[in-house]
Design a protein around this ligand. Structure first.
Ligand code: GCB
Ligand code: CA
Length: 878
């Protein structure tokens, strides 16, 4: 492999030079473009409402409410602004380009409909010249609608943010120009039909438009520049354009000898500058720059993926495009930042999921070196609606034409888990027509895809069910993607490799990508005994350490794309962080989770990674037996063969890494400790250091250690939960032992939980886990005055099952739970019936003051009807 750093520097310089060249010339260039983002007003509702409009600038979404409400606003929004046309533009052709408006847009200029577009993720450009008045104020109104059933997506595990959430551009060109209205593309299509180490062929196709009423003799020139900026070839063609003509040109440059191949490690880009000139005067009319790269690739059912003739594991991630709290109204630099982070992590592949994204993403893929799969959002189910099929096809063609020139793209996709909701909603005879229309749409999209782009592959993503093969979807695309969650939504992690083996055995010629795998995690939750669906940081690590190893070791799997790079917005999701799908490798604000560094250690074998994987858990708590240290595991992620860990300068020894993981048993005492890890790479020390604060909770309560102690227990859970609000840690539930404290259970008692959101608390996980039918809780405390706090939420009511909660059933019903609560024999709650009185899935906190003589402190629950339960308990000496 090449030294990445030098390549980067080299590349960086050449682009700098190239771009500054463009800037200088653009003063004289005939095409002018500027953002049209500022100065809009916005109002929500069927009709524009000037009285209730807000000033906004684009990018904009009206759906920041989706971080607060399940029922976020889906409907119509109106954008309005006015503008005048500069004197110099009077004879020009004017275009408005929207990079995206979700999910549909109708554009009115001076009250006349100037264009309509459906699809919330592809760009569109309209010629607005005929609608504008050159000498007076013009108004533009855009009606955007994010509640459409004829536009994909109609279902999916993410928020369908509405609004004009990507840049808008105003473009002025002379009457002769490259075609701007070919499905949102820039009218030039560059491909590399044959590439080898010896030569790379290029094909340039494009369209020129003559808007004038007279004929126009023009010349079209292509200049091809090498990655270092040197000109290597120029091709010229002259043509006389008829009035109104749309002329298609095709050029085949002489093959480039020994091209500098593009790869994630060597992202060499060739620039193709295409210039349109007036034939006589040589005056420049229009000019565009496109970048291409020479690479070839193939997906193989047995041997995996190959890039430029060599086996190449696709080490990837999927990426959504939002960021809490602003939603999808992201700036270009935010998109670019995401790509830099993925690159830093060592990824070489991105699944741009589940829809086309900002061109800033594609540009970064080309420049930084990241292979890409891009797709349209046909998700969960295909409706019975002709207009929907048409929109799907249009959106697919738009995506391909708009991003055609990006060498990073290797495959296009068009369906995700399309049988998931289908099979849940329809059974037997009812299912047949739905399967038929799904197959018909898949075949139609496959055909369109290959018409648009014969040089790339096609892909679909399936959920872990063989039915895709049985109904015939499995053989439509070139590559099959599997979204596999064994060990999360059901089963255990080894179900992952078993599924892959079985598929490979039965369909050995299908090239496979693991298009999704992931587990949720919440920084507030930690466990020494992690379990599936506990949302602890530790379970996500365990799950991913298993999956990544399998992906790395299984040759026939082309690669994987972790779900998802970010914690993303999904308004309908409940779980530990309602409205956020927290399977990210980085938090919403892009702070990396510790597990990001596991990927980094595995993916970046050539640069040393040594990382103490406890940034997500720097404030630890544990239960201490008298004065003995509390031993807790501390993990290192490293690609070094071994490393040593120190606590406060004292060595805990050296350990060998396995699968880029080392776990040390670290003895903690109350207070702040400094952890330091040291390893050796090529004779030089590699280090990492981290302060960890430890809080010790006494296993036996005494007058001394009760001073200032808040003994808080996350009843029903194996997890430590630290509240973001109070910073208090609620420790895992534990059984009472004489002299200590804990729960008293009987054979009916059960630790259980719910994924449903609990209202009126930011501390969802605390209330989502509970212990039912307990005898009670006991604390052997010395005499004194105490405050006892009980946390209660009745979750025994059926909750709606969401389609993407693969395999998870709704909660069991048990209405009318009622129980008495006693503290040291005194009844403090008579027939406590939280569900009926306060509401189900509702957080309740109750505090009681009590005096203890010699008997210790006992909380007892006595069931009257249904179940008794306790979600959390806290004890404090007054
Ligand atoms: C899937 C879906 C994706 C979901 C993901 C999940 O299979 O394709 O859209 O977000 O699972 O987290 O459940
Ligand atoms: Ca709990």
């Amino acid at each position: 492999m090449r030294n990445m750093n030098t390549t980067f520097v080299k590349w960086g310089l050449s682009v700098l030079i190239a771009t500054s060249g463009i800037c200088l010339q653009s003063v004289h260039a005939q095409r002018e473009l500027k953002t049209f983002n500022a100065g809009w007003t916005f109002s929500q509702g069927e009709k524009p409402d000037a009285a209730n409009s807000l000033s906004v600038s684009i990018p904009h979404t009206w759906n920041t409410d989706a971080y607060i409400n399940k029922s976020y606003y889906r409907g119509i929004g109106w954008y309005q602004r006015s503008f005048t046309i500069p004197q110099e533009w009077q004879d020009k052709q004017l275009f408005l380009r929207f990079e995206a408006a979700s999910q549909s847009a109708d554009i009115y200029i001076n009250g006349r409909l100037a264009g309509q577009h459906k699809g919330g993720y592809t760009a569109f450009t309209f010629d607005i010249t005929p609608y504008c008045s050159p000498n007076s104020m013009n108004t533009i109104e855009v009606c955007v609608d994010n509640k459409r059933d004829d536009t994909p997506p109609i279902s999916g595990d993410f928020t369908f943010f509405g609004g004009i959430y990507r840049d808008v551009w105003l473009i002025a060109t002379p009457k002769q120009h490259f075609n701007l209205t070919n499905m949102g593309s820039d009218g030039i299509f560059i491909s590399t039909p044959q590439v080898s180490e010896q030569a790379g062929t290029l094909s340039i196709k494009g369209e020129v438009k003559n808007e004038s009423t007279t004929k126009a003799p023009v010349e079209i020139e292509h200049s091809i520049y090498a990655p270092d900026g040197s000109l290597i070839q120029t091709l010229k063609e002259t043509v006389t354009l008829k009035p109104g003509e749309l002329y298609t040109f095709r050029s085949t440059p002489t093959p480039i000898k020994q091209p500098q191949l593009w790869s994630p490690e060597t992202p060499y880009l060739y620039r193709i500058e295409t210039t349109l000139r007036d034939k006589q005067s040589k005056k420049e009319l229009d000019r565009l720059n496109n970048y291409t790269g020479f690479r070839w690739f193939r997906f193989d059912g047995n041997e995996g993926f190959f890039l430029n003739g060599k086996p190449y594991k696709l080490r990837g991630i999927c990426r959504h495009q939002d960021q809490k709290p602003i939603g999808v109204a992201m700036t270009d630099e935010m998109h670019r930042r995401d790509m830099l982070l993925m690159k830093e992590m060592g990824a070489n592949f991105i699944r741009i999921s589940h829809y086309p994204q900002d061109v800033a993403i594609l540009e970064q893929c080309d420049k930084l070196g990241m292979l890409a799969w891009e797709e349209i959002p046909v998700i969960d189910i295909v409706p019975d609606l002709e207009e929907y099929y048409n929109t799907c096809e249009t959106n697919l063609r738009e995506m391909i034409r708009q991003h055609y020139n990006h060498p990073s793209i290797i495959t296009w996709g068009y369906m995700n888990e399309i049988l998931l909701v289908t099979q849940r909603r329809y059974k037997d005879d009812e299912l047949t027509p739905v399967l038929e229309r799904t197959l018909a749409l898949a075949n139609r999209l496959e055909k369109a895809l290959k018409e648009e782009d014969p040089y790339r592959n096609s892909t679909m993503a399936f959920h872990g069910s063989n039915s895709y093969n049985e109904v015939g979807l499995g053989s439509i695309t070139d590559v099959v993607g599997w979204n596999l969650y064994s060990g999360w939504y059901g089963g255990d992690v080894t179900g992952f490799e078993r599924f892959l083996e079985e598929q490979h055995r039965n369909y050995p010629t299908h090239p496979m990508i693991v298009s999704e795998y992931g587990a949720g995690s919440d920084r507030r939750l930690h466990s020494l005994n992690p379990k599936s669906f506990d949302f602890s940081i530790e379970y996500q690590q365990f799950y991913l350490e298993h999956y990544v190893k399998v992906l790395e070791e299984t040759r026939y799997v082309c690669g994987g794309t972790h779900w998802n790079f970010i914690d993303f917005g999904s308004a309908l999701r409940d779980e530990s962080m309602p409205r956020i799908n927290n399977k990210g490798l980085v938090y919403s604000d892009r702070t990396p989770k510790d597990v990001f560094h596991y990927y980094k250690a595995v993916f970046r074998q050539n640069s040393p990674v040594l990382y103490i994987a406890s940034r997500d858990w720097t404030k630890r708590t544990g239960v201490q037996e008298r004065v003995s240290p509390v031993v807790q595991p501390v993990k290192l992620y490293t690609n070094l063969p071994e490393a040593e860990l120190f606590i406060d300068g004292r060595s805990l020894g050296k350990k060998k890494s396995e699968n880029c993981v080392i776990v040390f048993d670290v003895p903690f005492q109350a207070g702040t400790h400094f952890l330091r890890a040291v390893g050796i790479h090529e004779g030089k020390a590699v280090e990492d250091g981290l302060p960890v604060q430890f809080t010790a909770i006494p296993s036996r309560l005494t007058v001394q250690n009760l001073q200032g102690l808040e003994l808080a227990i996350n009843v029903g859970s194996n997890c430590f939960f630290t509240s973001d609000e109070s910073h208090l840690t609620w420790i895992p539930d534990r059984r009472y032992e004489p002299g200590g404290w804990g729960y008293i259970a009987n054979e009916k008692s059960k630790q259980t939980g719910t994924q449903t959101e609990i209202k009126d608390t930011p501390d969802n996980p605390l209330f989502q886990t509970l212990h039912s039918d307990l005898e009670g809780y006991r604390f052997d405390v010395p005499q004194g005055e105490y405050e006892v706090e009980l946390l209660l939420a009745d979750v025994f009511q059926t909750s709606e099952k969401l389609p993407y909660q693969l395999g998870k059933e709704g909660e069991s019903i048990s209405l009318g739970n009622a129980f008495h609560i006693y503290i040291n024999g005194q009844k403090v709650e008579e027939a406590c019936c939280i569900g009926e009185e306060v509401g189900y899935f509702q957080a309740v906190r109750k505090r009681y003051h009590t005096s203890v003589k010699n008997e210790g402190l006992q909380i007892r629950l006595e069931t009257l009807n249904g179940k008794s339960f306790l979600n959390g308990i806290k004890l404090r000496k007054l």
